[in-house]
Design a protein around this ligand. Structure first.
Ligand SMILES: Cc1cc2nc3c(=O)[nH]c(=O)nc-3n(C[C@H](O)[C@H](O)[C@H](O)COP(=O)(O)OP(=O)(O)OC[C@H]3O[C@@H](n4cnc5c(N)ncnc54)[C@H](O)[C@@H]3O)c2cc1C
Ligand code: SF4
Ligand code: SF4
Length: 398
């Protein structure tokens, strides 16, 4: 068990540790000595802040660490729909390629479905050295139970060093199941992945504390190092049909007698254009004033062939369903054009859309933070501006 204590003889009362502790778990006593409080999480962040070596921090000894040298190779989970790889698979290959090159190792895509040879070739053309294909009628649609079971069998057979999975609905369900089965760590929703040049470990960076700071997390004692990666954050490689790779069909037990059976997969009625895939998104916030005004958002999105997004305030007010929410606790999007209509631009909203190529903001408050990230800003009432835009685009686009 880790432990922390202040060495009173060394503490000079400088208070540096008090401001360093993100949990407010250090205070000064009447003798101007630091005191560790009960809410200390033993994170160790305060230790380097003390220039007087007055914080005695003992790390927990890890008893079940694995031999990390036995694990080799970078893997990505290639999510598919109707046996076609989803775009997240190509994004994972993009970042996975860099990681594999930095580790001087191979990049493998794991693909499960019904009939996957064509999909395998596409994955090779976009960066995979190997594609490990498991085909069965029962794997046509994602299934928590069978996908987890097969993935775990593949890990046990091959011992990969790094596994990347999309932070999609399926990926967020699959990754923790695998991590807990193989007793390793998992960093969710990464926005940056790099190899530490010093020791070759995976540096997994993700927003923390409501998006106010970025935390870099490592998995020092267990393998594989697992991360989920947000959609539209990593860049795909350009396809190169001349790339050579290997398609492998490993021997695995396809689980039968499943407790979960997927009968059918139906798209939601609102999912005309998928939010995460859309090139154009028109989003509405609390500034839309009333749920019925969202018709303007939908109309503009339809004219432009785009998708409808929303701020959490609009979702919380039940003006629109949660699957339209953009932001830290909603979807991460990266369209070519993002219209923010009556959205203030809170940091949690920006966390989900700031990588959009062009942000166009409509807001009646010229001081609204959304204008700081917008390329084009329109100061005015959405109820006046949106009908004008709809009219103009209707005329321009015929
Ligand atoms: C842990 C956590 C997670 C969160 N996750 C998310 C998330 O995923 N996504 C998200 O969006 N938020 C998230 N939030 C909430 C976030 O902090 C904001 O509260 C939210 O984004 C505000 O939504 P809004 O911009 O629509 O509303 P407001 O902040 O109320 O802004 C409304 C804007 O509309 C403008 N306006 C008003 N009337 C008009 C008009 N007639 N014409 C033009 N402009 C007008 C106003 O000037 C204002 O700028 C999260 C918060 C927390 C604490
Ligand atoms: S930083 Fe070190 S010396 Fe300063 S108050 Fe904290 S424990 Fe004491
Ligand atoms: S170990 Fe972490 S939580 Fe505990 S006092 Fe230090 S910074 Fe605060």
């Amino acid at each position: 068990m880790a432990s922390i204590k202040i060495i009173n003889d060394k503490c000079v009362g400088c208070r540096l540790c008090v401001s360093a502790c993100p949990f407010g778990a250090i205070e000064m006593n009447d003798d101007r000595k630091a005191v560790i409080l009960d809410n200390c999480t033993l994170c160790g962040i305060c230790v380097p802040s003390c220039n007087f070596n007055a914080i005695d921090f003992q790390k927990e000894e890890v008893s079940n660490a694995v031999d990390t040298t036995l694990y080799k190779g970078v893997w990505i989970f290639a999510e598919q729909k109707k046996d076609e790889p989803e775009s997240i698979a190509y994004e994972l290959l993009g970042v996975g390629r860099t990681l594999a090159d930095d580790r001087n190792t191979s990049l493998t895509a794991v693909l499960m479905g019904k009939s996957l040879d064509e999909a395998g070739k596409k994955l090779i053309s976009q960066g995979a050295d190997k594609v490990m294909i498991v085909e069965d009628d029962s794997l046509a649609h994602y299934n928590d139970e069978s996908y987890t079971d097969i993935f775990v069998q593949l890990i046990e057979q091959n011992k990969p060093e790094i596994i990347l999975i999309g932070a999609t609905t399926y990926g967020r369900s699959l990754a923790p199941r695998i991590a807990s089965r193989i007793n390793t760590g998992l960093t969710a929703d990464c926005t940056k992945l790099e190899i530490d040049p010093e020791d070759g470990k995976l540096l997994q960076t993700r927003p923390a504390f409501g998006g106010n700071l970025m935390a870099t997390i490592i998995c020092p004692n267990h393998r594989p190092q697992m991360a989920t990666v947000r959609h539209k954050v990593m860049k795909e490689m350009e396809p190169d049909e001349s790339r050579k790779g290997e398609i492998i069909k490993p021997e695995v037990n396809i689980p039968k007698d499943l407790k979960i059976n997927v009968k059918d997969v139906v798209a939601t009625i609102t999912e005309k254009v998928s939010l995460t895939e859309a090139d154009i998104i028109v989003s509405g916030g609390r500034g839309m004033g009333d749920p019925k005004n969202f018709i303007l958002i939908k109309e503009l999105a339809d004219i432009l062939g785009g998708a409808v997004g929303a701020s959490r305030a609009a979702v919380d007010a039940e003006w629109i369903e949660y699957n339209h929410q953009v932001g830290q606790t909603g979807q991460t999007v990266g369209p070519k054009v993002y219209f923010a209509c009556g959205i203030s631009g809170a940091i949690q909203h920006l966390a989900g859309m700031s990588s959009s190529d062009t942000i166009i903001a409509i807001n009646k408050n010229p001081e609204a933070p959304i204008f700081k990230v917008a390329k084009l800003g329109i100061v005015g009432d959405v109820m006046e501006i949106l009908p004008l835009l709809i009219k103009e685009f209707k005329t321009a686009l015929g």
